[in-house]
Design a protein around this ligand. Structure first.
Ligand SMILES: Cc1cc2nc3c(=O)[nH]c(=O)nc-3n(C[C@H](O)[C@H](O)[C@H](O)COP(=O)(O)O)c2cc1C
Length: 194
């Protein structure tokens, strides 16, 4: 076992350790719209649930290398809405490719032939065919860290889901270190123990 004291370690190692030890991370495949109504789609794995009453989620969005806001962050700040699409194995490659830096105004969904469908309570559409899509409205915006990262806390206002997802999450995708992913292939149910 090796130990890295963060205050004595280079930032590159610290980042690498976070990416490779906080695993697997759930993936939020986020749809937003710009003020002009242009749809944007991008994946984020610094993402998780915070509370259930009310249902709050967070997603942490870094800046581009040139220090500008990513389209997702800009759109959430402009419109206060986003949709978190849950990624299953059949969407893995498209989700990964949608993380490329497409120029603003270019629709990832169109470029990658990803079908969208209207949401119920928010403007951004969801991705058609995913196991679940959570419609969110922005509750809080925090800026954390030295770059800084934009952390968005969203309240879930509607959930679209395949009913079988409440019984099994087989086939759902997570992020590992680097450009590696995992797919839930086996579930170990310990409910008999309690
Ligand atoms: C699986 C995956 C997870 C990602 N997670 C994050 C993340 O948590 N935060 C972040 O800022 N970027 C993350 N990225 C990179 C963004 O998706 C990428 O910067 C994208 O171009 C942003 O697009 P946008 O400008 O359309 O918002 C991730 C990429 C992939 C493929």
């Amino acid at each position: 076992m090796e130990t890295a004291i963060v205050s004595e370690s280079p930032q590159q190692l610290v980042s690498k350790l976070i990416f490779n030890t906080v695993v697997p991370r759930p993936i939020a495949w986020i749809t937003t719209v710009s003020r002009e109504g242009k749809v944007n789609l991008a994946p984020f794995s610094f993402f998780n649930a915070i509370t259930t009453k009310p249902p709050l989620l967070f997603v942490s969005v870094g800046k581009r290398k040139d220090g500008t806001l990513k389209d997702t962050a800009r759109n959430i700040l402009e419109t206060g809405e986003f949709v978190v699409n849950v990624v299953s194995e059949e969407f893995l490659e498209k989700m990964h490719l949608s993380g490329k830096d497409f120029p603003p105004g270019v629709s990832e969904a169109e470029e990658l032939s990803i079908e969208l469908e209207p949401s119920k309570l928010v403007k951004p559409p969801g991705v058609k065919g995913v196991p679940a899509a959570l419609e969110c409205v922005l509750k809080e915006h925090l800026q954390l860290g030295s770059t800084p990262m934009d952390v968005f806390i969203g309240e879930v206002v509607a959930v679209h889901y395949r009913p079988e997802l409440l019984q099994t999450q087989l086939g759902v995708v997570g992020r590992l270190g680097g450009k590696r992913y995992c797919v839930v292939k086996e579930e170990l149910d310990l409910s008999e123990l309690s």
